[in-house]
Design a protein around this ligand. Structure first.
Ligand code: HEM
Length: 265
């Protein structure tokens, strides 16, 4: 009992320190970074080393305060989201999604993170970067599909995150645009039944990574997500995927304070 009170007190101090820092640093225009084309999205997954859990809780809390400080320090220019993969993914424990108008700002954040006392316990397990772009194929789709695509997903929290990197083969890229457009229309028709419960975001990675796309999803219904993938596997366009996943990252959407609380235990 005594120790749980002291954990709560320490966490309260952490939150206060965080709040002071947030008010001192003006946050980036998060809505713009998350919705506009021409924004870089980086996904950085890390594992915690075995020494992390062996440290005294007071030391861990001090290092988590450093983590909070590094994130807050960069919120002025970046939109930073954190996810807990531990327990659901064997690839990594933590995932950061960073949106920036300049990729070098993301690099500075990751350098500061990895160079910090907390970062000394992190091993990088995957990093990929892509760019948000205006839709390629949607403008040429029939009006009914365009209208359906505009219907937003059901309100409410989406606790699960899935990130799947994709690379298409050379045959795909050498097809005439009309043929690709027809297959993307088929892809859209097959996926639309799931768009109410699966929120998606697409990043173009060709030339920036060994990938063509990073696909990002949030949902509260993993069973819908699974049916969606099965539906897409039947579509012709899917046959042009040369890499799908490897890794597929599955985790939960968390606030930084929630991550800190979990890692402080
Ligand atoms: C909620 C369900 C989904 C809907 C409504 C949907 C719809 C769309 C639409 C309309 C596009 C064309 C964007 C453009 O005009 O440039 C697109 C592209 C794409 N989608 Fe989906 N999608 C869904 C789920 C998925 C899933 C589950 C995956 C794979 C994991 C996926 C992978 C892709 C990829 C890689 C592209 C880019 C293809 C290219 O430009 O060659 N989508 N999607």
């Amino acid at each position: 009992m005594k120790s749980s009170i002291s954990i709560l007190t320490r966490l309260a101090v952490l939150v206060l320190v965080g709040l002071v820092m947030v008010s001192a640093v003006e946050a980036a225009d998060r809505d713009k970074l998350l919705s506009e084309p021409g924004v870089y999205g980086t996904f950085a997954a890390f594992s915690l080393d075995a020494d992390w859990g062996k440290q005294d809780q007071v030391v861990r809390i001090a290092q988590l305060t450093v983590l909070k400080g590094v994130v807050e320090q960069h919120r002025e220019k970046l939109a930073i989201d954190v996810y807990l993969l531990r327990g659901l993914s064997d690839h990594a424990d933590l995932l950061f999604r960073i949106h920036a108008t300049e990729l070098r700002e993301t690099q500075q954040f990751l350098l500061d993170l990895q160079g910090s006392l907390f970062g000394k316990h992190l091993t990088s397990s995957a990093i990929f970067s892509g760019l948000t772009k205006k839709a390629n194929y949607v403008p040429g789709m029939p009006d009914n599909l365009k209208a359906e695509l505009k219907i937003s997903s059901e309100p409410g929290p989406n606790p699960y995150v899935i990130v799947i990197p994709i690379r298409k083969d050379a045959d795909w890229w050498s097809l005439p645009k009309e043929q690709r457009a027809a297959m993307m229309q088929e892809h859209t028709e097959a996926s639309l039944p799931y768009s109410k419960t699966v929120m998606r975001k697409l990043y173009h990675a060709t030339g920036l990574d060994d990938l063509d796309f990073i696909t990002y999803f949030e949902t509260s219904r993993l069973e819908d997500f699974q049916s969606l993938i099965l539906a897409l596997e039947k579509v012709k366009e899917f046959r042009y995927n040369r890499r799908f996943g490897h890794p597929t990252l599955l985790g939960t959407v968390r606030s930084l304070d929630e991550i800190i609380e979990v890692l402080a235990q």
